[in-house]
Design a protein around this ligand. Sequence first.
Ligand SMILES: *Cc1c(COP(=O)(O)O)cnc(C)c1O
Length: 392
Amino acid sequence: MQMRNEFLPFSRPSIGEDAIESVAESIRSGWVAMGPKVVQFEKSISEYVGSKYAISMNSATAGLHSSVMAMGIGQGDEVITTPMTFASTVNAIILAGARPVLVDIDRHSLNIDVNRIEEAVTSRTKAIIPVHFAGLPCDMDAIEEIAVRHNLMIIEDAAHALGASYKGSKTGSDKGKGHVTVFSFHPTKNITTAEGGIVCTEDEDIAEYLSVFRQNGMSKGAWNRYSSSGNTHYDVPMPGLKYQMSDIQAAIGLSQIKQLESFNRRRREICATYEKELSGCPGIAFQQHAGYEHVHSRHIFPILVDTDSLAIDRDTFMLQMKERNIGTAIHYNAIHLFSGYAEAIGNKRGDFPEAEYVSDRILSIPLFPAMTDDDVAYCIGAIREICKLYAK
Ligand SMILES: *Cc1c(COP(=O)(O)O)cnc(C)c1O
């Protein structure tokens, strides 16, 4: 195989000239913090997903933390989530004072195993945070049923899932059930604002809480106070944090949202090629498609290194890719295996065999809209070559 000269990263954002122009315009105008562009961006997201409210944040982490707080979850409460997620999901629970209760995943979908959720419910359980892994929507009807039966709230960690849909309804759309759904605009996600996130909900009280909480608990934002028609007085009805988005970020987001559908189309096209060309490759397994109707938003393309048929482990596989000038990443090491959660979560290796199986074998290969067909073919060639070289 001919070695490529230029390193191919596992992800790279596509940011248009119009975004650069719009950022420059915000800077020249002097209005760089939260202002008119944030309002416009929130409107475009709520229209896109079909939610009544969309409250932007400076990250999805801030959105998750604020949502847990908005639901009144704290000391003595438990929140069910998956071990196959980013630190941010459990951090939001722990820093609100509650305890994350992990439920093992299904190794084929990589999502939380809905058949195991109910046995983890106790009298202290307040909410479930499903994560739509890689953009594959969880089986929300099954989760909803459990939530209704036990009076639990649902916060969807949809950091991977902007543009996904479940049984005909977009992830984040109003479902008449008071869910909140959190999206991320980190540079590796389906669209970016450099850093940023948003919480979608139809619940007016939660929306109101979030918009006050994200501004240090101030009842009115700077935009309202300093504009010509604004009122300079404000109250602080509760303590909050500094979590709001800036107009500079929203300027990027307004350009990105216009490209979301074409970005996701290209992501799906690349993934279809990967699946087609690598399905016969011994040593590699993929995330399986779910049986229910859904649209996968394809935030990342994870593969599992089958250590039974290959003589190398995941880390060596990643090194082999790097030697061929291809970047990869780990999404994720199972959360309970990190040193910092021993006390807060209280699990150890052996507790979640499915998540641990995946955690030891998973890696994400390059996937981003600007990848060329040649880039995709190069990755496929490299993976085939590695599998052949190290076949047992
Ligand atoms: C990226 C990510 C987050 C955090 O998003 P930020 O915007 O970086 O805070 C949360 N959960 C999951 C599953 C993620 O992938």
